[in-house]
Design a protein around this ligand. Structure first.
Ligand code: MN
Length: 200
C-alpha cells in the first residue's frame, strides 16, 4: 500500500504563485484520491509488493486505472518535492548543462513553458535526463517519462502539473501565466540533487 507523503510545506507557503486554496484541494482531494484509487487497484495483487517506479516502468501490462492513478500518485509526490518557498536558480553542473543544451537559462524556461503550455488538455510538462542528455517534453493525463508507454522517456528532473485543477482558481484559463510564475517556486536544489543522482 502506498502512503500519501506529508506535504513538505504549508498550504500557503507558495503564495502568491500558488494560492493556499488550490494547494489544499490539490493535495487533500486530488492527490489523496489518486493514492486511494491506486491502492484499491493493486490490493491483493503482486503489484502491492513493487515500488511505484517498478510499476510505472511496466505500465503497458496494467489497467488504465493503475496507469492513471499510479501516474497521479507518483507525479504529485514528485511535483511537491520540486517546489519550495525559498527562491533559487539553477547552479553548478546542471546550470552548465542547461546552457549547453538550450542556449541559456532563459531559453530553457521559454522552451519548457511552450511545451507545457502546448499540451492539449490535461497533462504535465517535464525536464528529463537520459543518455541523450537533457530533454523537454509533455505527457497527457497522468502519464510520465518513467512509463514504458510514454514517447518521452528518461529520468525526470522537473515536472509541472498543467491540469486545470493546478491553476484554475487563481489563473483561470491563463495557463501560460501560471507557467511563467512557477519559476518563482521551483526547488532548484532538489532538481540539482536529482541530476547528480542520475550522473553518479
Ligand atoms: Mn494535479
Amino acid at each position: 500500500m502506498f502512503a500519501l507523503p506529508p506535504l513538505p510545506y504549508a498550504y500557503d507557503a507558495l503564495e502568491p504563485y500558488i494560492d493556499a486554496k488550490t494547494m489544499e484541494i490539490h493535495y487533500t482531494k486530488h492527490h489523496q484520491a489518486y493514492t486511494d484509487k491506486l491502492n484499491a487497484a493493486i490490493e491483493n495483487t503482486p503489484l502491492s509488493e513493487q515500488s511505484i517506479e517498478e510499476i510505472l516502468a511496466n505500465i503497458s501490462r496494467q489497467s488504465t486505472a493503475i496507469r492513471n492513478n499510479g501516474g497521479g500518485y507518483f507525479n504529485h509526490n514528485f511535483f511537491w518535492e520540486s517546489l519550495t518557498s525559498e527562491a533559487s536558480s539553477p547552479s553548478g553542473v546542471l546550470a552548465d548543462a542547461l546552457v549547453e543544451t538550450f542556449g541559456s537559462i532563459e531559453l530553457f524556461k521559454e522552451k519548457f513553458e511552450t511545451a507545457a503550455s502546448g499540451q492539449f488538455g490535461s497533462g504535465w510538462g517535464w525536464l528529463v535526463v537520459s543518455e541523450a542528455g537533457l530533454e523537454i517534453g509533455a505527457t497527457p493525463n497522468q502519464d510520465n517519462p518513467l512509463m514504458d508507454v510514454s514517447p518521452l522517456r528518461g529520468t525526470p528532473l522537473l515536472g509541472v502539473d498543467v491540469w486545470e485543477h493546478a491553476y484554475y482558481l487563481h489563473y483561470q484559463n491563463r495557463r501560460p501565466e501560471y507557467l511563467s510564475a512557477i519559476w518563482n517556486v521551483v526547488n532548484w536544489k532538489k532538481i540539482e540533487e536529482r541530476y547528480a543522482t542520475y550522473s553518479s
